[in-house]
Ligand binder design. Sequence first.
Ligand SMILES: Cc1cc2nc3c(=O)[nH]c(=O)nc-3n(C[C@H](O)[C@H](O)[C@H](O)COP(=O)(O)O)c2cc1C
Length: 152
Amino acid sequence: MSRISISYLTKYGNNKTAMEQLSTFLKAKGHEVILFDVDETGPEQVPLSDIYVFSSSTHIGGLPGKMNKFMKKFPHKSGRYALSVTHMLEKGGPEKNSGKVLYAMEEDLREVGMTKAVDPLSLTVNGMKGPLEDGWQNKVETFAVAILKLLG
Ligand SMILES: Cc1cc2nc3c(=O)[nH]c(=O)nc-3n(C[C@H](O)[C@H](O)[C@H](O)COP(=O)(O)O)c2cc1C
């Protein structure tokens, strides 16, 4: 059994919903999963884990300051990580702003000394408050399978 810690930032609940679904998939395979709401948790509260998942929304074309702070102070310096991001559909394509968020998250964690373990999950929300795009559960499941493969 592996331990997976998932830290998410959410304003309207979409990141929470997606990460709870991820937790359900991983727990069903017998792993220990702990969820952390970044609004209520300091990074030092996240225990040593086999993989760390970070999930964030896109704010003003980039990574919300709160998530940035949380990640910069993350204590598990040699940990493996997986990223997830939510964003709206925009003229420049969905990758425009969510790509910036993922890049900023990767930069933060590279500075911490952590290693990317799987390809990121990117979910579109329908409007500012969501809901998540149709078929989001399938995307989360694919993400879960990639994490499970890594854990062996
Ligand atoms: C202040 C603010 C700025 C936002 N700016 C963007 C943006 O630049 N690009 C984008 O795709 N979504 C933007 N959004 C929408 C968020 O992507 C959306 O609210 C979020 O993904 C929903 O996830 P959550 O319910 O977990 O917070 C913004 C939302 C807020 C509240």
